[in-house]
Design a protein around this ligand. Structure first.
Ligand SMILES: N[C@@H](CCC(=O)N[C@@H](CS)C(=O)NCC(=O)O)C(=O)O
Length: 255
């Protein structure tokens, strides 16, 4: 494959315009770094935005390797898909990974684990098919969500807590090494989603997760992230997103 030029004065993010979704992991990294980017599908249609433009971009014949699904990042001539792959590319450029290979791999490994977690979160409300309405798979959704809230949320979050405790014995307050990485941003995002979609399950797990909760709050206080979260660029949670608030899928509140 001929090398593609990555020279660009701004990154292009191609993602669904109405949801945080997996695109949010990329947005948070770009925002934290203060990197110039355009969220293309969120532009007005006359400027090339909108869902039709996104679909047309995905189908363009000019891609050397066509992407399967958004998010997609364009950096100059390079077109990259798969969220964790995009972050693998951006990490060193945005200074959101350690310099050493072991550190970069560790961050990537955690990002892939968060991708698994997010996919399971999505499957609670769409366990049969994304193309069917929630209402057409509600019985299956209840069964799927029951194990997600009782077993998977605690298992995933205890794992991240363990990673944080282990790292605290060495370098610091983040998942890997002494500095914030894109996996920290993504873990904070997953915790925000869980707080929205499964507040009771998250509350039940929280006493065991002091370091995860501190990390989430520390991410929210970072000046660029705080500015982003308060801006119009941050889309509100909604019922089209990866994580949705269907109270019937959550645990009962604790008395
Ligand atoms: N493993 C991919 C999953 C991508 C994905 O599922 N994208 C969703 C939106 S978050 C989509 O539009 N999927 C369309 C499809 O799978 O047909 C990634 O992490 O980027």
């Amino acid at each position: 494959m001929a090398p593609a030029s990555t020279r660009t004065d701004r990154y292009e993010l191609h993602y669904w315009p109405g949801i945080q979704g997996r695109g949010e992991f990329i947005r948070l990294a770009l925002e934290e770094a203060g990197a110039p980017y355009v969220d293309v599908a969120r532009l007005p249609e006359r400027e090339g935005g909108g869902e039709h433009a996104l679909l047309a971009f995905m189908e363009q014949d000019t891609h050397t390797l066509p992407p399967f699904a958004p998010p997609v990042l364009r950096a100059g001539e390079l077109v990259i898909a798969q969220t964790a792959n995009i972050l693998l590319y951006l990490g060193p450029r945005l200074k959101l990974v350690p310099d050493d290979e072991a550190g970069r791999l560790a961050v990537h490994q955690l990002q892939l684990t968060l991708a698994d977690f997010a996919a399971e979160g999505h499957d609670t409300h769409h366990p049969i098919a994304s193309s069917l309405y929630y209402e057409d798979q509600q019985a299956e959704a209840r069964r799927r969500a029951a194990s997600f809230v009782a077993e998977r949320i605690p298992k995933f979050l205890r794992y991240f807590e363990r990673v944080l405790v282990k790292n605290a014995h060495g370098a610091g307050r983040w998942l890997v090494g002494a500095e914030l990485s894109y996996a920290d941003l993504s873990l904070a995002q997953v915790l925000w989603w869980l707080g929205h979609a499964f507040p009771n399950a998250l509350a039940r797990a929280t006493p065991e997760l002091p370091r995860c909760c501190e990390l989430r709050d520390r991410v929210a206080e970072r000046p660029r992230i705080a500015a982003y979260l308060a801006s119009e660029r941050r889309l509100p949670f909604n019922q089209h997103d990866l994580f949705r608030n269907y109270p019937e899928l959550d645990l009962e509140p604790e008395r």
